[in-house]
Design a protein around this ligand. Sequence first.
Ligand code: DGY
Length: 344
Amino acid sequence: MAQSRPRVWVSQPLFDDIVGQVAAHCDVRATPEVTEYGQDAIAAALRDCDGALVTLNERIGTDAIAAAPRLRVIANVGVGYDNLDVAALDAAGIVATNTPDVLTETTADLGFALLMAAARRIVESERWLREGQWKQWSFSSMLGADVHGSTLGILGMGRIGRAIARRGHHGFGMKVLYHNRSRLPAGVERETGAQYVDFDALLAQADHLVLVLPYSPASHHLIGAAALARMKPTATVVNIARGGLVDEIALADALAQGRLGAAGLDVYEGEPAVRPELLALRNVVLTPHIGSASRHTRRAMVQLAVDNLLAALGIGPRAGHPPTPVTAKKTTAAVAGQGAAEKR
Ligand code: DGY
């Protein structure tokens, strides 16, 4: 009897030509419109599937996993995977994968763009100009903070953190400090020009602090009122990781009261909703989670997710060996996996 083709759910519109590679081997249930799902809808979508391509919008939890007896792989199109219950997937023998590497430089670019825009008040001054408020050139208007030669603090020194360090050190002559769960090898510190410091020293010394660490219950609101109080009142905070790392009310208070210079945010705790307290401020630059959003990189992310999916379903040249698994090696025996903290 002929074996039936695997069934695959694609949770959001991706790139049809790349997803077409899956359709050559599997029955694909595509999603033509950007869609918001509740937990029941996700469970219903996964129920009869062997695999799925999902994005950070879709939370894959224990109920959906328990209700999906055929499920073999969840291929997340994104490097961060706090939307997946990895322990539950692993326990059920389901492979979870993410998309590291391909988005590193693009996301680091956006981090630096936000840093420069916030520190040099680019968005604020552009809005001021458009509002017709520029009556005469003035020596003292729109004064910001220097980026070159300043001290860059990086919290989370995975791939993206290192790419930001290189930009700061080699491109802008910055002193680069970092804090990470573990100190990097000396060779990496040399190459990125970054010095390891403890969390308090990072907060106290950074002129610009960039957050690039993974979100987990342990890192929830790591940047809250206490941490902000230890920073320079002229400092900039940039978050390109996950919104939950920052207590946004404490951040908005510090920005409004001049206890912090500026902020650049690409991610939000309740996204796509953005707190009115942040929207009301001029000294914060807000972008809608576009860290990896270049045409080239978004295609590369979908391609990697498709490679992962097909490999985990036992299809193609890497059958059985998805390139970038995040579940334990027992489900991906021949693949060298790494810890979650190193995935970014
Ligand atoms: C990621 O990959 O984790 C980004 O936040 C989404 O592109």
